[in-house]
Design a protein around this ligand. Structure first.
Ligand SMILES: [Fe+2]
Length: 246
């Protein structure tokens, strides 16, 4: 069970430099990620083998498709922790959520019914079709309630690709940007890869996440590490992953 990988010393060339993965879908049966606890164990084993010391699951929460409550997510986390302990895997597990900014989200903010990443960070995503009409107001509401917003995979919102000022405005307003590691491999296409690299070059990105849903994503991540592509300035950069989410 990947013992040789687990013994590998932390350093450049593995994802251990990041410390914590704060965006993934390995909790079982909640969304389009792992369907069963067995699938969860597979993803958790492989993420741990890549060098992470802590994994935070972020199941989708959407008003229409994935109506996961905070209680549902906590319950699946408890089940998964038990299974991981029984399987003898050593890794720190936690859970938050990835909230789509939709008609149900503002009500959750008002009720303070949000599962947060450490430091009161809240992971949010936009639709891939169009930006939410009132995102600035939503971010303001979140911040006024004491939360720190993190926007998931900004590089995947193609409607922003020709509008870097929009990205910059978000950062200036205190929204942290989180790029997917898989974007760096070209997994989502060349334009997404280029925008991810440009955002990083321009210093707009604070956090890297796997957004791992299934074994195919893990295979891509292994390639990223295995062929040395996760190296150079990107690997050496001081990402906020470890610092914020210990
Ligand atoms: Fe995600």
């Amino acid at each position: 069970m990947f013992e040789f990988l687990r013994r590998r010393k932390p350093g450049i060339g593995t994802l251990s430099v990041l410390g914590t993965d704060m965006h993934a879908h390995w909790l079982p049966g909640l969304d389009d990620g792992a369907p069963t606890v067995e699938d969860s164990l597979l993803l958790i084993r492989e993420l741990t083998a890549l060098g992470y010391q802590k994994l935070i699951a972020t199941p989708h929460v959407m008003a229409d498709l994935y109506r996961n409550s905070s209680a549902d997510i906590r319950e699946r986390l408890a089940i998964t922790r038990q299974a991981v302990a029984a399987a003898g895997i050593t890794v720190d597990l936690d859970a938050a959520a990835e909230y789509l900014i939709d008609e149900g989200f503002e009500a959750k903010v008002e009720r303070k019914d949000l599962l947060t990443l450490p430091g009161n960070h809240v992971l949010v995503e936009y639709s891939f079709v169009s930006a939410p009409p009132s995102s600035e107001g939503v971010f303001f509401k979140l911040q006024s309630a004491g939360y720190v917003p993190i926007l998931a995979h900004p590089e995947r919102y193609r409607y922003y690709h020709d509008d870097f000022a929009a990205y910059r405005r978000l950062v200036e307003r205190g929204v942290k940007l989180q790029v997917n590691l898989l974007s760096l491999t070209g997994y989502y296409g060349q334009s997404v890869k280029q925008v991810a690299l440009q955002l990083i070059e321009q210093g707009l990105v604070s956090i890297l996440g796997t957004d791992a849903h299934h074994p195919g994503h893990l295979e891509e991540l292994r390639k990223l590490v295995g062929n040395g592509k996760f190296s150079g300035p990107i690997a050496k950069h001081k990402w906020d992953n470890g610092m914020l989410f210990r």
